[in-house]
Design a protein around this ligand. Sequence first.
Ligand code: NAD
Length: 495
Amino acid sequence: MRSIQHYINGQSVGIATQKTHAVLNPATEEQVAEIQHATSEEVNQAVAAAKAALSDWSEASIAHRTKLLYKFRNLVLENEHYIAELITEEHGKVHSDAKGEVARGIENIEYACGFAETLKGSYSEQASTGVDVYTIRQPVGVCVGITPFNFPVMVPLWMFPNAIACGNTFILKPSDRNPSAPEFIIKLMNEAGFPKGVVNLINGGAETVNQLLSHDDVDAVSFVGSTPVAKHIYESGTAGGKRVQALGGAKNHMVVLPDADIDLAADSAVSAAYGSAGERCMAISVVVAVGEVAEPLVNAISDRIDNLKIGPGMQPDSEMGPLISEEHRSRVVDYINSGEAEGATVVCDGRMHSSEQKGFYVGATLLDNVTTDMEVYRDEIFGPVLSVVRVQSFDDALDVIAENQYGNGVAVFTRDGGTARQFQKNVQAGMVGINVPIPVPVGYHSFGGWDDSLFGDTAMYGPEGMRFYTKQKVITSRWPDPTSSQVDLGFPQNT
Ligand code: NAD
């Protein structure tokens, strides 16, 4: 059984702690690791290590930082199968999905390897007579990343490669439910040759997070997790004068128009709703069926659900694994009960699956005739439950999305380019898919939703990540003309 410790100043620590808890394999319910929660002293040590490393690291050349990031990228690539195995063992998602997670994470390291270009700044010669103006970007300082259970590797990689490429130092506080993969990748940073203290890892729960949030020597906080916690992190972090970006939960809609390719839409709905057992912030949880498309679409989705293979993530033919915990499993079942009680039609019922085998399973569930006042529609369920809301028109579909509390991802399925363009322009969400069900932006764009899916001004990774992890400095410079000794005391005339 693995024992998960903290990683501070280039070494594993954790003997001082008294509080531990078990990490389970959700497919077998067996314990696979034990995680230690940081003491207050250990949190202080991690911040002190990051602060002490900051001066030298921010002075390191871009070339040196890039060289180490390349080494780290290669080490993650060499170990991708093992990392994916750790993810599957503690999260439950199928192995191919876990490998996809690692690949998307590597994309972010590769983007950070190109920061020489991103950090270039800008220069305006002769902005006024003899005056040049230029903008440079400098590191923010000690940065903290707090991450959720559903992407234990990809989400940390959204953050720390970009942060350190910009010259910051970093403390990662991953989810305490699947800590082995994040611990492994942080150790790879040491192997890649990053100086001690540049990246540190602290394990724990709310108490640990709150100590980091209120620590005077922490300058910036990146958070990804549920909306109530995101709001708390944003409000308390900014009240303490820190720079904060906090990404929250979601309820992602997929609009299917009457002219759509039904097979493509049904395949996409099934993979986007039930992949990773619905534990994705970009999972489709609502299909908005416009007009007469509803009946054939519900039938096509239901046929596909009948053929889904549910089982342990390491079993090669499994397409959907278990949920993260028993507590979450019963919460998802409660939502299905509530949907049924409020009048939704249960077309495919995953509740039975939960009692058939060991592991925290719920089968793929399809609810039809869901209305926007139902709890099952309003709340983020984060499980394999897809609701179908039937509407009469394209405009009705846009209204449903606009009125929803969240605004993370959204998708439209149509064969009409003009309608798709209208959708892209008017829909109220941060990431839009056109015949693409999960529009997670590539590493050189940025990820972020609207409304209660993001608190703060900058999205994560890509160019927005660079802006978050740097402070702008604008220099206005005038050097005296060596051929003239005249002093000009006036305001520039812009002649
Ligand atoms: P969570 O909010 O429970 O936990 C996220 C992190 O916050 C963890 O590290 C946890 O230890 C810490 N935390 C939990 N409660 C806290 C509290 N009261 N005070 C301070 N810190 C606390 O989220 P989760 O269950 O791990 O992850 C699932 C959620 O994350 C879903 O809502 C999902 O939509 C969201 N998510 C969003 C995105 C996005 O990009 N918008 C991406 C992935 C996941």
